[in-house]
Design a protein around this ligand. Structure first.
Ligand SMILES: Cc1cc2nc3c(=O)[nH]c(=O)nc-3n(C[C@H](O)[C@H](O)[C@H](O)COP(=O)(O)OP(=O)(O)OC[C@H]3O[C@@H](n4cnc5c(N)ncnc54)[C@H](O)[C@@H]3O)c2cc1C
Length: 389
């Protein structure tokens, strides 16, 4: 039986009515056709200011998966979780806008998050996506090492500048910052940039963390190379280890453009590679810290077992666990109860702007086999437990 089945612990922050609402929402999300239809209608309705659409989203998906419309509004959730030992990672998730003014605005917002969270250990990490600071095409061009035009060079310099401003501010204020990983064709440029940031700001401790997607082939080799570089140049590494979120897109592009699929051939292969990622961190703790971003119970338990075997304390500051707000509370609150370092990504922003994130959450829950069923049975179990109280 799973160690993560204590639903009383998992849902202690949720009222009966919140739980019932979450149950019906996951029930709807479970239906792929309905989710597809519903998300298109939602996107259209919210963007065209159809009356009540915003309110409907706010009372349903938004409440389940987001902290609030502003940082201040989200502090209620932050404090509630922190009381029970769970950190929050503010995720400012405006997706799909590719304009310089937007990149500057997001960069400013991320820096505001840093200033807002200085000295508050309820917010242990800052996070941003590379494509929130620059167009995916510029990353791709830089990654291919082709000759850039003058305007491309200037554009890339602005991306570097945004990365540097955020990482420097985090360094000055002793806040850890992790950079999300995205599509393979932009990731080489992002990796190099993050390595430069690590070299600059991780001399004493890991302030800047990169993300490694273990569903990709060749990532262990990448980590070994980077470790070599870190040893030579004298800096620490922080890695968020995830499986990866863009599988379908990656496979489709590889097939359409006729290059080898960059993703592991099977789920099992991704799982084995994830385990190897855990081993890599555990074997190099003198240089490497790990943040295991996963909803997978087996992976989580494996990290816990390896920590124990190495004689590490549960709260060892080189190991973190992370889940997304609104998902896998059974894992999060179990870990917090046992004093492991654990934090949740907490998206926030105006309802209209986070709709793409929310619809992606709904779609991913439909496509990730088992996740929705697992959430549903946990909520059902807790509702039954409360009824019998
Ligand atoms: C805190 C946090 C931060 C995250 N940050 C990022 C990020 O920066 N970048 C990013 O890409 N993702 C990120 N993710 C998402 C993550 O990559 C996974 O998509 C998601 O967590 C589901 O994987 P899992 O480990 O939780 O569990 P599981 O449900 O066990 O695994 C599902 C995953 O396995 C892989 N998989 C499934 N089927 C196959 C198959 N047939 N062949 C090969 N592989 C397969 C896919 O990666 C799929 O997402 C993050 C997740 C969390 C919780």
């Amino acid at each position: 039986m799973s160690i993560f089945n204590n639903t009383q612990l998992a849902f202690a922050n949720k009222t009966d009515s919140q739980l019932r609402k979450a149950f019906w929402m996951f029930k709807l999300i479970e239906q792929p056709l309905l989710t597809k239809l519903g998300t298109s209608v939602l996107n259209f309705a919210v963007h065209n200011n159809i009356p009540f659409a915003g309110n409907v989203v706010k009372a349903t998906l938004f409440e389940q998966f987001c902290g609030g419309e502003t940082r201040e509004e989200s502090m209620k959730v932050v404090n509630q979780m922190f009381k029970r030992g769970v950190g929050s990672i503010f995720d400012y998730s405006i997706e799909g806008k590719e304009e310089e003014a937007t990149f500057d605005a997001v960069c400013k917002e991320i820096k505001d998050i840093v200033r807002f969270s200085v000295g508050n250990s309820a917010i242990p990490f800052i996070v941003f996506k590379p494509t929130a600071f620059g167009r995916i095409d510029i990353y791709e061009a830089v990654g291919k090492k082709v000759e850039l035009t003058t305007s491309q060079k200037e554009e890339w310099q602005r991306v570097v500048q945004r990365f540097d401003e955020v990482c420097r501010l985090c360094f000055e204020n002793n806040k850890k910052v992790m950079i999300d990983a995205e599509e393979t064709w932009m990731q080489d440029a992002a990796d190099h940039l993050v390595e430069d940031m690590m070299e600059k700001y991780n001399k004493v401790e890991p302030i800047v963390w990169n993300t490694v997607q273990m569903y990709r082939t060749g990532r262990l080799e990448y980590m070994h190379q980077n470790l070599q570089r870190a040893k030579e140049k004298g800096y620490f590494i922080g890695y968020k280890i995830v499986r990866g979120a863009y599988m379908e897109k990656e496979r489709e592009r590889a097939a359409a453009m006729n290059y080898p699929d960059p993703i592991q051939p099977t789920k099992d292969a991704s799982d084995r590679n994830y385990n190897d990622g855990i081993d890599f961190v555990m074997a190099n703790l003198d240089k490497v810290s790990g943040f295991f971003g996963t909803h997978n119970e087996t992976s989580t338990e494996l990290v816990m077992d390896k920590m124990k075997a190495k004689g590490l304390e549960n709260g060892d500051n080189r190991i973190y666990f992370g889940q997304l707000y609104g998902m896998s509370d059974n894992i999060t609150f179990y870990l917090a109860d046992k004093k492991y370092n654990v934090a949740k990504y907490l998206p926030y922003g105006p309802v209209k702007d986070v709709v793409p994130y929310l619809t992606r959450r709904a779609q991913e829950n439909t496509s990730v086999a088992g996740q929705t069923g697992r959430e549903l049975s946990l909520i059902q179990k807790e509702l039954d437990r409360r009824k019998g109280r």
